[in-house]
Write a protein that binds this ligand. Structure first.
Ligand code: CTP
Length: 210
């Protein structure tokens, strides 16, 4: 069976002027680890990446994006490409949920800025994807498995990979992670502290078994 993986990774940046943006501490490591694991198995891998300081894994086609809307456009274009097999969409990106309502073309002087920033919602990329088997991530502060189950249903995903970013060895920038696979059928699997590479291989295995 032919398999294609479309993976989002890293943060998005939401600029308010040419020198300022809203973002988050995502380094992209988890998404790149999954891309590496899938490419090592010979699958077609398209990696839609926000700004990160990582090398493109061998055998992976990388598409660089900046904002959430760029990321969505890139994902939509890839999904439109015909593929004769199963497509897996894996959303590891820490997409900024909000963007500044206005983007100034020139650097704003502090004297002309308000202390209140007006924001508007970004599209939910994972939720909007159709025609693929979807896997998402839920980075929470605290052990909130019910929230991962809710996200799984809400975003129509086959699985949500839950992680508590406040747990030691887990979260942003680490090479390890402590995750729980929360599946759409209500089952869940608690994994021990593992490297992100090892978790990447487990996720690819999960996809192969679907
Ligand atoms: N996600 C996405 N597009 C967004 C926001 C999130 O594709 N605009 C994806 C993430 O890549 C992740 C999953 O959705 O796989 C869950 O992200 P999270 O930020 O935990 O979910 P939210 O729906 O934004 O939840 P919350 O209500 O906790 O902010």
């Amino acid at each position: 069976m032919k398999r294609r993986f479309i993976i989002t990774a890293g943060p998005t940046r939401e600029f308010l002027d040419p020198v300022r943006f809203l973002s988050n501490p995502s380094t992209g490591r988890m998404g790149y680890a999954i891309a590496r694991a899938a490419a090592a198995k010979g699958y077609e891998v398209e990696l839609v990446s926000g700004p990160v300081a990582l090398r493109t894994p061998k055998g992976v086609v990388r598409h660089d994006v900046v904002s959430a809307r760029d990321m969505k456009r890139s994902v939509d274009l890839l999904l439109k490409q015909p593929f004769d097999g199963k497509t897996f969409f894996i959303a590891t990106a820490a997409v900024a949920d909000w963007r500044p309502k206005k983007i100034a073309a020139k650097k704003l002087k502090k004297s002309e800025m308000s202390s209140v920033l007006e924001l508007e919602r970004n599209p939910d990329i994972l939720k909007s994807v159709k025609g693929a088997i979807k896997i998402g991530f839920a980075a929470e502060t605290g052990s909130n498995i019910e929230e991962a189950q809710r996200k799984c249903r809400d975003k129509d995903a086959a699985m949500i990979v839950f992680n508590d970013v406040t747990s030691p060895g887990a979260g942003f920038g680490t090479i390890t992670n402590r995750v729980v696979f929360v599946c759409a059928d209500g089952r869940s699997e608690v994994l021990p502290l593992m490297t992100k590479d090892a978790i990447g291989r487990r996720i690819v295995k999960f996809c192969e078994a679907l």
